[in-house]
Design a protein around this ligand. Structure first.
Ligand SMILES: NC(=O)c1ccc[n+]([C@@H]2O[C@H](COP(=O)([O-])OP(=O)(O)OC[C@H]3O[C@@H](n4cnc5c(N)ncnc54)[C@H](OP(=O)(O)O)[C@@H]3O)[C@@H](O)[C@H]2O)c1
Length: 218
């Protein structure tokens, strides 16, 4: 699906998914604004890319950042900090009211395949993976934080056109194909494919208010 020329506000732009996402959006001729803690980590240079130095934990000028923005994308992750406090949830609870004030409607939040849907139960396999692999890798706080973001979006942000992508990521290797949205099946995808999927799905009206997975088209 083609976007008309738009402005994306990206959080997590310096991350493994985020860098690919920014490249794709710029390559398609869009403008990208990004809040980054370390601007020097951004590999690409482009006159359509505007970097703002800062952290989601002390970002006071969200209204300024949102000015002129069409789409907001969060590909944030900080497992260590999320084990201590739900920093994404705290941030999203500031971001959504700022989006309302600035009239920005469309929002994509990247969570994980081991993140529970709202009031849902994990399948047995997912439960086991979460309590072994995710626990061992110190990711439980991240999933819990993602779940409180989802709870907030479902319970308090139905007026915003949000989409949650519960992504499955295995590596930063080359593309393995195209991903499609699926409510049950998940593929272990590469970061570049997840970024491509995010870029497509944010413009997909049928994805609004879903918390779906993604899997490769066979
Ligand atoms: N990686 C996986 O295997 C995986 C699998 C499934 C789902 N997910 C989900 O996808 C999300 C993103 O994954 P990823 O692998 O792309 O993450 P990543 O490479 O770790 O990138 C995380 C991004 O968040 C930014 N960030 C962290 N704390 C911040 C703060 N306080 N203020 C501003 N930015 C901050 C990082 O900035 P810095 O560059 O400054 O650190 C980085 O740009 C994860 O959080 C998780 O929920 C990941």
């Amino acid at each position: 699906m083609k976007h008309s020329k738009s402005t994306f506000l990206v959080f997590g732009a310096s991350g493994r998914t985020g860098q690919h996402f920014v490249s794709i959006a710029l390559k398609e001729g869009h403008k990208v604004k990004a809040l980054v803690r370390n601007p020097e980590k951004m590999k690409m240079k482009n006159s359509n890319l505007e970097l703002f130095k800062g952290s989601i934990t002390d970002c006071e000028d969200l209204d300024d950042l949102l000015n002129g923005v069409n789409f907001v994308i969060c590909m944030l992750g900080n497992a260590q900090e999320q084990n201590k406090a739900p920093i994404n949830t705290i941030f999203i609870k500031k971001l959504i009211p700022a989006m309302r004030r600035q009239g920005v409607k469309r929002f994509l939040y990247q969570a994980g395949g081991l993140t529970r849907r709202y009031k849902d139960r994990l399948s047995f396999v997912t439960w086991v993976l979460r309590n072994t692999v995710a626990r061992y890798n110190g990711l439980l706080g991240q999933h819990k934080d993602n779940e409180t973001v989802i709870e907030y979006l479902v319970e308090e942000a139905q007026d915003v056109d949000w989409i949650v992508h519960r992504a499955g990521i295995i590596s930063d290797g080359p593309s393995k194909g195209l991903l499609k949205r699926d409510c049950r099946k998940i593929s272990l995808a590469t970061h570049v494919d997840i970024a491509k999927y995010n870029f497509q799905v944010i413009n997909d009206k049928t994805a609004i208010h879903t918390c779906d997975l993604s899997c490769y088209i066979k």
